[in-house]
Design a protein around this ligand. Structure first.
Ligand code: SF4
Ligand code: SF4
Length: 374
């Protein structure tokens, strides 16, 4: 299927979790081998961002891809992240694109995204003139298509698409576990894109690795149907079975993962009714996990003298209970500002006096600190 005049195979190479050497830094030999296998099997879409690994990811794009393959033989996406310290005008916003062009040596970007639009951050892109900027850059030929990646509700997505009908595509977080999730709203966001005729790039199809780390008992439900299919392949096939996609990104960290993804997507078969029914059972099983019954009412944060982000910490803890992905949970925990993490608790107990769920918050915070704290 072709979108925006491009015919792109349904697997994209995400440069967010690149393989590393034990002694530090990227394993460039491995990355080059992965790129060769990916391209050698007919795949062409690569995704990075200005902020990934402090710019190292964009530099790795140059070394592994741009310097080794003809520019017209692949599509390259990168992203503009606002606000940035010191960036207060549209001209200054342009410095980020110039830096991305310099690091990648790409000459132009096929897909350029306003990065991670959500909450109050949506306004930053308006205030700093980012939309006018990308329109201008398209006219100048520095980018070929512009869109945005999005992490908020379907209502906000609809409002954004009404305000910026010229946005050419949307990058969404979609996976089978979050399809009906009330916060992520994967299905609803996807349906908004369908309604407005916007092709979708899918990110996090394996939920940051969570959909391969859950309990053996759940994996066995998938293996029982097809012992030869990898656990990750279910997650990718769920996404790639949707209509209206530009591609599905996978942040592959090893040659083995890449080979599994490539081999499966090369001979892609959409999920059948029986397989959808199995995934529904998996969702139900995941929902049975004994998690912390926090309702995110935030009464506790209103009284906490240390302003600890208790509900967010419990959300990370619940993710760990469901999927058992310690490294992934530690990474997510790292996004909580240091001054709002569990270890700054002074054990005053004010939160427990106000929690309508009567949760032993102090004990739960200690456990969170033990599991995820540095
Ligand atoms: S016990 Fe800890 S988390 Fe609870 S209100 Fe006091 S400082 Fe905040
Ligand atoms: S008061 Fe209790 S239920 Fe509400 S957010 Fe805090 S921990 Fe969760």
């Amino acid at each position: 299927m072709s979108y925006l005049g491009e015919t792109i195979p349904k697997l994209g190479f995400g440069y967010m979790r690149l393989p590393r050497r034990v002694e530090g830094g990227y394993d460039m030999k491995m990355i080059c081998d992965m790129v060769d296998y990916f391209i050698g099997n007919g795949f062409t879409y690569f995704d990075t961002a200005y902020v990934y690994d402090g710019g190292e990811s964009e530099k790795a794009i140059y070394e592994s891809l741009v310097s080794r393959y003809p520019r017209e033989s692949f599509q390259l996406a990168t992203k503009l992240k606002l606000p940035m310290a010191g960036i207060e005008t549209a001209d200054a916003v342009g410095m980020e694109l110039e830096k991305s062009l310099e690091r990648t040596g790409a000459g132009y970007f096929d897909f350029y995204l306003l990065h991670a639009l959500s909450g109050a951050g949506i306004e930053d892109y308006e205030r700093l003139g980012a939309w006018d900027f990308v329109r201008r850059m398209k006219e100048e030929g520095k980018i070929r298509h512009y869109g945005f990646s999005f992490h908020d509700s379907a209502d906000k997505l609809e409002a954004l698409l009404q305000k910026h009908p010229d946005a050419e595509f949307v990058q969404l977080q979609i996976n089978y576990a979050d399809w009906e999730d009330a916060d992520v709203q994967a299905r609803k966001n996807y349906e908004v894109c369908q309604k407005y005729g916007k092709p979708v790039v899918i990110m996090e199809p394996v939920k940051g690795g969570n959909l391969v780390t859950f309990k053996e008992e759940i994996k066995d439900m998938l293996r029982a149907y097809n012992p030869n299919a990898s656990i990750a392949s279910w997650a990718l096939r769920f996404c790639a079975s949707l209509d209206g996609l530009i591609t599905v990104l996978s942040g592959m960290s090893s040659f083995e993962q890449l080979k599994d993804n490539v081999d499966m997507m090369k001979n892609f078969k959409p999920l059948c009714a029986e397989e959808y029914a199995i995934l529904q059972k998996v969702r139900e099983k995941l929902a049975e996990t004994d998690t912390i019954p926090c309702t995110a009412c935030r009464y506790c944060t209103e009284v906490c003298p240390m302003n600890i982000d208790i509900p967010r910490i419990f959300e990370v803890a619940n993710g760990y209970k469901m999927y058992g992905n310690l490294a992934g949970s530690q990474r997510t925990y790292g996004f909580i500002p240091a001054q709002r993490r569990a270890n700054v608790c002074i054990e005053c107990g004010a939160c427990e006096n106000t929690c309508p769920q009567h949760l032993p918050i102090r004990e739960l915070l200690k456990e969170a600190d033990k599991n995820f704290g540095g």
